[in-house]
Design a protein around this ligand. Structure first.
Ligand SMILES: Cc1cc2nc3c(=O)[nH]c(=O)nc-3n(C[C@H](O)[C@H](O)[C@H](O)COP(=O)(O)OP(=O)(O)OC[C@H]3O[C@@H](n4cnc5c(N)ncnc54)[C@H](O)[C@@H]3O)c2cc1C
Length: 450
């Protein structure tokens, strides 16, 4: 085992074959002779929700920033989504979003978003990743632990889980990227190698989802609009979303914060939908033919692991995706944040020459922090509207939230404010954009007039 910094780029390993892992594998295929992606669950040969990612049975939208990045790596991806009957199009023109007592105004924009079932998107991407000539998918076996040099300064590979009598195989690599999701063992593995565990910021939100699939008539009015009904917190704490997805279907999710969770029985599910402040979701739940059971999901807390704050970290190992930051799902940021992190890794590896591995981790984690800061700020800012949200409130949260409420109201009428808001929400522009004088002026004017 070599002890010194490596300069070869023969083999990279990705742990986790969900969205973050697949995007990372795609990126690493640009920079390494061989890439192996290791997924604990067996992959089937079509779209599926696997045991290791139960959230994929619920409402997933792809933000414009995420769609842009994915198309860059997988040309034709959006065409395939569209051809299968998923929604791909102008996110502003097609929204039916009820918030703060009204619908946001619609307008044509440059924002291309997509709604589809999450397993279908993943399957399209996995098929493309699997076709890369230098990529091997190993599924049905998890990674049990990291393997490191004797001085533990460098990770040199992974050991797969074995069976009762056989220890798992060891695979060597110059780079191991952990994309094992929220439950990633990275903190534990680091500890086993004599490192600290990363500091965590945790914001308890106690969100519960319940989801059902319905038949959708693609020719009916409104069949190609994505519907969102979001609460005026803290007075309201329920959300409803219905997105057009492939196969002439709606995916309809109800959700609530702090224990106000939707029931999973038929009558309870409908009753919860009926109590939303706009009728659109209930209308689908009560008139369209259900095509699935009602499934539930509990999300206790947003968790951010601050790898960027670690002063010692082994070379040859990185962590990204939900393993680094898992956001309250109602804001729809996880896949896009993962895509942005993978793209940041791509740029970093493209820039580095022979000594690529040295200092890669601290630099990468700084980039991840920059990627994660805005969506984290957006998500926790909104969650702090609830008094039950216990955690460190960033300074100025209440003031920002009262301004953002005015922004929401202005989006009922003003397309300029609407676009500024959607650009931030789609992670194309930083939240500070909403504080630009021209936007502030329009928001204040709207407030005076209405
Ligand atoms: C209810 C819900 C709704 C959401 N809605 C949206 C949305 O609308 N838009 C959006 O962009 N995002 C959304 N997200 C977030 C999104 O699902 C994730 O951000 C996205 O899946 C990327 O996650 P990931 O790949 O990092 O981790 P995961 O999807 O959790 O995948 C981790 C993978 O690693 C595998 N694994 C774990 N341990 C090991 C091991 N030791 N060895 C090998 N493999 C291992 C698991 O089996 C799994 O396949 C939502 C999340 C939730 C919970």
């Amino acid at each position: 085992v070599k002890e010194e910094t490596t300069s070869t780029r023969d083999h990279a390993i990705v742990i986790g074959g969900s969205m973050a892992g697949l995007l990372t594998a795609r990126v690493l295929a640009n920079h390494f002779a061989r890439v192996t992606l290791i997924e604990r669950d067996p992959f089937g040969d079509g779209p599926e929700s696997r045991k290791g990612q139960p959230q994929t049975r619920h409402l997933h939208g792809l933000l414009a920033q995420g769609a842009d990045i994915m198309v860059g790596y997988f040309p034709g991806l959006l065409d395939d989504l569209r051809a299968a009957g998923a929604f791909v199009g102008d996110a502003a023109a097609s929204m039916r979003w009820f918030v703060n007592g009204g619908y946001r105004t619609r307008f044509p924009s440059h924002l291309t978003g997509a709604t589809m079932t999450r397993p279908f998107l993943e399957w399209l991407i996995r098929s493309r990743v699997a076709a890369l000539p230098n990529l091997t998918l190993r599924h049905g076996h998890g990674v049990a632990e990291l393997v490191a040099t004797q001085d533990r300064r460098r990770v040199t590979g992974v050991r797969l889980t074995g069976s009762d009598n056989h220890p798992g195989d060891v695979l060597s690599a110059e780079l191991v990227v952990d994309a094992a999701g929220r439950g990633s063992a990275a903190p534990r593995w680091l500890k086993a190698l004599g490192y600290d565990e990363p500091e965590e910021t945790v914001l308890r939100v106690d969100v519960g989802y319940a989801t059902r699939i319905f038949r959708r008539d693609p020719n009916a009015p409104g069949a190609w609009e994505w519907i969102f009904v979001t609460p005026v917190a803290p007075r309201e704490r329920r959300i409803g979303g219905a997105f057009p997805v492939e196969g002439h279907r709606w995916i309809l999710t109800l959700g609530g914060w702090f224990g106000d969770h939707p029931p999973t029985d038929e009558a309870g599910f409908r009753g919860y939908a009926r109590e939303l402040p706009a009728p659109d979701i209930y209308q689908i739940a009560s008139t369209c033919e259900p095509l699935s059971d009602i499934v539930s999901y509990k999300f206790a807390a947003s968790i951010r692991r601050h790898y960027e704050r670690m002063t010692r970290f082994p070379e040859g190992y990185l962590v990204l995706g939900d393993a680094a930051c898992s956001f309250n799902p109602v804001y729809g940021q996880g896949m896009t944040s993962a895509a942005m992190q993978a793209a940041a890794l791509d740029q970093l590896l493209a820039r580095r020459g022979a000594g690529w591995s040295e200092g890669l981790a601290p630099e990468f984690f700084q980039r991840v922090a920059k990627v994660v800061d805005p969506p984290w700020q957006l998500a926790v800012g909104e969650d702090f509207r609830f008094p039950e949200a216990v955690g460190k409130r960033p300074p100025g949260t209440n003031l920002i939230n009262s301004y953002v409420s005015q922004v929401h109201k202005a989006t009922h009428r003003d397309p300029t404010v609407g676009l500024a808001f959607l650009e931030v929400m789609n992670l194309l522009k930083p939240p500070a954009t909403l504080m630009r004088p021209s936007i502030v002026a329009r928001v204040l004017k709207d407030r005076l007039v209405h």
